[in-house]
Each structure stands twice: as structure tokens, then as C-alpha cells.
Design a protein around this ligand. Structure first.
Ligand code: ATP
Ligand code: MG
Length: 364
């Protein structure tokens, strides 16, 4: 097998700081586990704008299409707030998502025991939690036509959005969820509102069909999305993989995220269609942004980006055991009491720096 390739786009703000820590981990895998990556680095966001006048150069886009996985830090910052919309840093990320056709957004909600007190929920509700929300990312009500604000027949202004889902759009994100479930707890819960929405009726039907024809061994259940939100807060450990549409996924993944604590802990992946090697096109990134308020101060928590690389190990490089190894190392440093500033409770304490956290994870 050829050396797996990884394109690193560190971006702006704390992006490069947290990515430095990921590089230490990549180097460790090369040296200690004989797991080398063909790593290239390039610019995205404001950093790309400063050099190329655009937030993502065509050559970078082409490179992203060729590699096995892209790992992105964060984009944006106050320096770029007044830029024209067409060259805003965020447009670089949107272009990547669109041209790579990343229709399946994976947001894990994983609670490390050492941080269980951090959740707003009772400790036994979240301790050991490990669920994955799969959100359809490129269709649904955020994109459907017609849309707009216009004056209706009664002379009153009216805001319109349209939810549309085709069978193939539903089927591909369902497949993505079933594939994930096979590598996890083998259980998928599909959420929609088939009781009040036509797109929900079709969603339920198509997910069931994909299941029956292609993944009969995965356990499938269906739930109305509102009930799903309630169950996520009541007893989230009943779920393994949740698959849902763009709108409900937006809401439910934010709810699930806050089951676990800090923004500095949350990884994500966006997956597209399978490539020749059978693995999907993929972009991995922390959920957090560029955090301009703490950039350049060595305060950023690198764990979200490190866990994003762990997802890459698992879903793009077929290295599930090594992903486990990395996640265990994160768990160990947290259990040892190491905390970056964002993980300190109101009682305070002495936080460690970004690089000290990275070094400790490498050592663990
Ligand atoms: P975006 O628009 O890109 O989402 P944002 O300003 O809405 O950016 P973040 O950049 O994620 O959101 O920052 C939100 C808050 O969380 C900030 O106070 C930031 O300092 C904090 N934060 C975000 N990421 C981290 C991290 N990795 N470590 C520590 N604190 C973080
Ligand atoms: Mg934000």
C-alpha cells in the first residue's frame, strides 16, 4: 500500500497553534508505530488571502481533491472582518466542502470520564458517553428552492424556505451512517418528522430501504426529531449513531456537543463519496473556530484538533486501533489532571499551555 497522504491546512488564529501539536503526534506515529504519512501543508482562510488574495487557491483545492484526507485548523479573525463577502476566510472552507461534495457531517459527542463533572447533566448520564451524529450537510432546507422574502397575494411580506430531499441524497447519507455503525456499536437511529413533513416520510422510507437491502445486520430504529432531542438530554447512552437531515442535525449536534463540556474538546469530520480506495473523501476539523481572543497566547486546547486526527486515523486510514491508542492517551492526560484553561472550573487552578498538553499526550 502506498503511503497515506494528508493535507494540512492550519488556517488562522489558534489553527496553526493546535496544528503544531498534531504534527508532534503525526511524527510520533511515524517514529514509534511505523505509520508514516505523506504530509503536505498549505494555506486556507485569511492566511491564504494574505498571500494569494483569495481564501483558497486553485492549486490548494486541486491538492485537497487528491489526498486521502484533509486536516483543517480554523479560519477567520477580526483582521478579515471588513473583506468583501466573496473573499472572506470562511469562503475557503465552504469551497472545500462544496467542491469535495462533503455531504455527511460527523459530530461525535464523547465524554471522557475525567470531564464528566463539566457537563450540565448528571455525571452518570454522560460518563463514558460515545455517540456520533451524522448530519446531512449539502441539501435540505438551507439550500432548497424556492427561497426568499417577497410580498404575497395579500400584500404582506413572507419569508420562504423549502425543504427538499431526493432519494439519492437520503440514501448516500444513510449509507455513510450504516458504514460508521459497523465500525462502532452497530446501531443507527434515524430522526425526522415523518408525522408532519413529506420529506420526513421519504427520509424514513429510504433509510429503511437502504437498511433492508444493504445493511440488514445493523440495528435500525426511527424516532421523531423532537422526541430525539428530548431523549438525547434524558439518556444519551441509548444511542450509537444518529442520522438526520441538515436542519435537525444542526440543532441536535449542538445539543449533543454540550453534553460533553468544552468547545476545545470537540472534533468533527465531513465525508463525501467513496474514492477508488473505498474510503470516502474527507475533511477533518475541530468544531471550534479561530478563537481570536486567545490566539498567540499558548492557551488554546489542542485536543479537538488532535481528536480530529484520531477520526482521520479511523475513517480515512483504516487505523482504528491506532485511533483508540490516541484517544486513550488523551483520556490518560485528562485523568492525570492536566487541563488547559478552557477546562478549568470556576474554582480555578493552574492551566497548562497548548504545547505542554501536546507533549503530555505524546508522552502518554
Ligand atoms: P467561528 O465563527 O469560527 O465559529 P467563534 O468566535 O464563533 O468562531 P470560536 O473561535 O470557536 O468561536 O471561539 C468561541 C470561544 O471559545 C472563544 O472564547 C474561544 O476563546 C473559545 N475557544 C474556542 N476554541 C478553543 C480552544 N481550542 N481552546 C480554548 N478555548 C477555545
Ligand atoms: Mg461560531
Amino acid at each position: 500500500m502506498s503511503t497515506p497522504s494528508l493535507l494540512i491546512l492550519a488556517g488562522d488564529g489558534i489553527g496553526p497553534e493546535v496544528m503544531t501539536e498534531v504534527r508532534k503526534i503525526i511524527d510520533w506515529f511515524g517514529a514509534k508505530r511505523d505509520l508514516a504519512f505523506d504530509v503536505s501543508e498549505d494555506l486556507v482562510g485569511g492566511a491564504a488571502y494574505d498571500v494569494h488574495g483569495v481564501p483558497l487557491a486553485d492549486e490548494t483545492m486541486a491538492k485537497a481533491q487528491e489526498v486521502d484526507a484533509v486536516l483543517l485548523g480554523a479560519v477567520g479573525g477580526p483582521k478579515y472582518d471588513d473583506l468583501d463577502f466573496s473573499v472572506k476566510p470562511e469562503r475557503g472552507l465552504l469551497r472545500l466542502r462544496k467542491e469535495m461534495d462533503l455531504f455527511s457531517n460527523l459530530r461525535p459527542a464523547q465524554c471522557f470520564d475525567a470531564l464528566a463533572d463539566f457537563s450540565s447533566l448528571k455525571k452518570d448520564v454522560v460518563a463514558g458517553l460515545d455517540i456520533m451524529i451524522v448530519r446531512e450537510l449539502t441539501s435540505g432546507i438551507y439550500f432548497g428552492e424556492p427561497r426568499g422574502i417577497s410580498v404575497n397575494a395579500n400584500g404582506e411580506r413572507e419569508g420562504v424556505n423549502t425543504q427538499r430531499y431526493t432519494e439519492s441524497e437520503i440514501a448516500r447519507v444513510a449509507r455513510s451512517a450504516f458504514e460508521l455503525a459497523k465500525r462502532r456499536g452497530n446501531k443507527v437511529c434515524s430522526m425526522e418528522k415523518a408525522n408532519v413533513m413529506e420529506s420526513g416520510i421519504l427520509w424514513r422510507e429510504v433509510v429503511q430501504k437502504v437498511h433492508d437491502e444493504e445493511y440488514p445486520d445493523v440495528e435500525l430504529s426511527h424516532m421523531y426529531a423532537d422526541a430525539g432531542g428530548m431523549q438525547l438530554c434524558r439518556w444519551p447512552k441509548q444511542f450509537d449513531v444518529i442520522v438526520t437531515d441538515n436542519l435537525f442535525g444542526d440543532l441536535l449536534s449542538d445539543v449533543a456537543a454540550m453534553l460533553t463540556g468544552s468547545l476545545g474538546m470537540l472534533p468533527s469530520a465531513s465525508l463525501g463519496a467513496p474514492m477508488e480506495n473505498g474510503r470516502p473523501k474527507a475533511l477533518y476539523e475541530p468544531v471550534h473556530g479561530s478563537a481570536p481572543d486567545i490566539a498567540g497566547q499558548g492557551k488554546a486546547n489542542p485536543i479537538a484538533c488532535i481528536l480530529s486526527f484520531a477520526m482521520a486515523l479511523r475513517y480515512s486510514f483504516d487505523q482504528g486501533a491506532e485511533a483508540d491508542r490516541l484517544e486513550k492517551a488523551v483520556e490518560k492526560v485528562l485523568a492525570d489532571g492536566l487541563r488547559t484553561a478552557d477546562l478549568m472550573g470556576p474554582e480555578g487552578g493552574s492551566p497548562v499551555s497548548t504545547s505542554a498538553m501536546g507533549d503530555a499526550i505524546v508522552a502518554a
